[in-house]
Design a protein around this ligand. Structure first.
Ligand code: PMV
Length: 313
C-alpha cells in the first residue's frame, strides 16, 4: 500500500484573540507558507494493531501504546480510531513533520492534529469530513490549551479565512480585496495555555473591566469583518492598532512585541498588532504590498527572529 499523506497550514489570528474565549467574535486566516504534514505507511511485518509514531522535529519515536494517553498525538490518534469505531488497525507508522513555529501563536498544535486525524482516517478507509476533523482536533486542543475557543482547529481545518464565535457554526469570509501581512516572530516561546490562564485570573479579579475590554475587541472584530468583506482594506490598519491597544491593557503584550509593532508602523505598515496568545510569539503588520520586503527588514532589525510575508485572500 502506498504511503498516504495529509497536511494543514499554520494560521494567524487577525482580530479578537482572548476575547474569543469569552464568546466574542474573532477572525483568523490560514498561513500556507508553513504547514504540518503527516504521512502514514503500512508495516506489513509489524505486530497487528501496532501504530508507530515518529515526530523527528521533537525527537519523538514511540509506539502508540508507550505514549501517555494524554499526549496530544496519542489523543489525536485514539480520537480518530474511536470516532471511526475501527476494531482492527493494520500495523503502520505515522510520521509527523511541521514547519510551523511551535508555541508562537501560529496554530502548530491544531495543524498537527488535523494532519494526523486526516491521514489516519484516510488510511483506515474512512476519510472524515472537515466538520468531524475539526471537532476531533478541538478535543486535542483542550489538552494543549485548557479552555481553547476552538478557532485554531477551525481555521487550519478549513484553510480559509473565518469569522468565528465559540459554539456557533463557522462562517467562511469572502475577502473582497486581498491584503498583505508581514508576520514577525519575537522568538520568545509562549505557551497559549499560560497566557489564557492568566487572563482568566485577571478576569475573575476584575470582571466588569475585562468584560469591557472583551466587548471592545468584539466590536473591532465586527468592524474588521465588514471591512474585509467590502474591500475596505485601508480600514483594517487602524483596527489592528486599536486591537493591539486593548490587548496591551489586558496584559498579554510584552516589550518585544510592542517594539516590533512600533517598528512595523515606523517602516510604513498601515497597522500592526500581536497575534495569538501573546507574551511572545508573533505579531502581524498590514502592509502596502510594495513595501513588504522593506518592512520585513525593519522587523528583523528590531529583533524579529523570522518574518513571513503572506497574502490573505
Ligand atoms: O494563536 P494561538 O494558538 O496562541 O491562539 C490563541 C488564541 C486565544 O484566543 C488566546 C486562545 C483561544 O483558544 O482562542
Amino acid at each position: 500500500m502506498p504511503a498516504i499523506s495529509a497536511s494543514a497550514p499554520g494560521k494567524v489570528i487577525l482580530f479578537g484573540e482572548h476575547a474569543v474565549v469569552y464568546g466574542r467574535p474573532a477572525i483568523a486566516a490560514p498561513v500556507t507558507q508553513v504547514k504540518a504534514k503527516a504521512i502514514v505507511t503500512a508495516n506489513p511485518r509489524g505486530a497487528p494493531g501496532e501504530i508507530r509514531v515518529q515526530a523527528p522535529g521533537v525527537g519523538l519515536e514511540s509506539t502508540l501504546e508507550a505514549l501517555d494517553p494524554a499526549h496530544p498525538l496519542a489523543a489525536a490518534i485514539q480520537g480518530t480510531v474511536y470516532a471511526l469505531k475501527v476494531k482492527r488497525i493494520p500495523a503502520c507508522t505515522i510520521r509527523i513533520t511541521s514547519t510551523i513555529p511551535v508555541a508562537a501563536g501560529m496554530g502548530s498544535s491544531a495543524a498537527v492534529s488535523v494532519a494526523v486525524i486526516r491521514v489516519l482516517s484516510a488510511f483506515l478507509g474512512h476519510p472524515l469530513p472537515d466538520e468531524k476533523v475539526s471537532a476531533l482536533a478541538y478535543e486535542v486542543e483542550k489538552i494543549h490549551h485548557g479552555t481553547p475557543s476552538g478557532i485554531d482547529n477551525v481555521v487550519v481545518t478549513y484553510a480559509r479565512p473565518v469569522y468565528f464565535i465559540k459554539g456557533k457554526p463557522i462562517e467562511v469570509l469572502e475577502v473582497e480585496r486581498a491584503f498583505t501581512l508581514v508576520i514577525g516572530d519575537t522568538g520568545i516561546a509562549s505557551p497559549t495555555a499560560a497566557a489564557v490562564g492568566e487572563v482568566r485570573k485577571a478576569w475573575q479579579a476584575e470582571k466588569s473591566q475585562y468584560e469591557a475590554y472583551f466587548e471592545s475587541i468584539g466590536a473591532i472584530a465586527q468592524s474588521a469583518r465588514q471591512a474585509i468583506e467590502s474591500g475596505g482594506v485601508e480600514l483594517l490598519g487602524p483596527l489592528m492598532d486599536a486591537n493591539h491597544g486593548v490587548l496591551r491593557k489586558i496584559g498579554v503584550s510584552c516589550a518585544e512585541l510592542d517594539s516590533l509593532v512600533v517598528a512595523a508602523r515606523r517602516a510604513g505598515a498601515w497597522g500592526a498588532k500581536l497575534c495569538g496568545g501573546g507574551r511572545g510569539g508573533n505579531m502581524i503588520a498590514l502592509v502596502p504590498p510594495a513595501r513588504a520586503e522593506e518592512i520585513a527588514k525593519a522587523l528583523a532589525a528590531a529583533g524579529a527572529v523570522r518574518t513571513i510575508t503572506t497574502v490573505i485572500k
